[in-house]
Ligand binder design. Structure first.
Ligand code: ATP
Length: 242
């Protein structure tokens, strides 16, 4: 397998005459966790949505597992690159139905639900419960299990713990870190929670105004910010707008 999971080469995205991202170049190694931080409206979600072609880059190239995104058959790309959102998408039906939904959609054989639930630290007996009755943290895990059922190499995580209380947040976080440790998943993890970014990331990207302004280890980003933009973002506790 390529040692680079993702490589962005001068990537830009324009819509309605507006450049939401411009000149983004960076790479993510296989098994690495990158936390993406930055003001609201900076372009963080836009950036990760380009990696599985939810949006198509206007300029530049994005290489995923050794192949440019537009050269991948989209279905296959989305199997290799899973995405999980802040509000878990839960369908009416059992936890089992919800976990197996992606496999059915892709006409792939069902997998052992108990095993998938175990991967996200949920007890097997929940398989027959109505998914809509679960707690927020449990729903997040069900959505994650649905994504993991596709055996993605790369996970795009968009504010996955933002809607959770402190306890559930830490639990989902530790589940994700275990997936990284045990299965070597590569993660691009958008978060507004700077402490979380410190805890989970091998590398942190600071995005502001549609640019990748700085990248570095958590220590470099949080203790030795180089740009004025990052310094003021950190001084405001990560709450400023782009
Ligand atoms: N289809 C679109 N057309 C025009 N503007 C858009 C479109 N999609 C997003 N935007 C704008 O692009 C900017 C970047 O959005 P994006 O969601 O990527 O930011 P973000 O950094 O993830 O923000 P947040 O942290 O608030 O989720 C925002 O100002 C948003 O309003």
């Amino acid at each position: 397998m390529a040692s680079r999971a993702v490589e962005l080469k001068n990537v830009g995205f324009e819509t309605g005459g507006l450049w939401l991202l411009r000149g983004v170049s960076a790479e993510v190694d296989v098994g690495q966790t990158v936390a993406i931080i930055g003001p609201s409206g900076a372009g963080k979600s836009t950036l990760i949505s380009l990696i599985n072609l939810m949006r198509t880059p206007t300029e530049g190239e994005i290489w995923v597992l050794g192949q440019e995104v537009r050269a991948w058959p989209v279905r296959e790309l989305r199997q290799r690159v899973g995405m999980v959102f802040q509000s878990p998408v839960i369908f009416p039906g059992s936890v089992r139905d919800n976990v197996l939904f992606g496999l059915e959609l892709h006409r792939r054989p069902p997998r052992d639900v108990a095993e998938l639930l175990q991967m996200v630290d949920l007890p097997a007996h929940l398989a027959d419960h109505a998914a809509e009755d679960l707690s927020g943290g449990q729903k997040s895990r069900v959505a994650l299990a649905r994504t993991l059922a596709m055996e993605p190499d790369i996970l795009l995580l968009d504010e996955v713990t933002a809607a959770l209380d402190v306890h559930a947040k830490r639990e989902v976080e530790s589940t994700l870190l275990r997936l990284k440790r045990e299965f070597g998943k590569t993660m691009l993890w958008v978060t507004h929670d700077l402490d979380q970014a410190r805890r989970v990331a091998d590398e942190v990207w600071f995005v502001a105004g549609g640019r990748l302004v700085e990248r570095g280890t958590p220590d470099e980003i949080f203790n030795e910010p180089r740009s004025e933009a990052l310094r003021s973002f950190l001084a405001e506790g990560g709450e400023v707008r782009s």
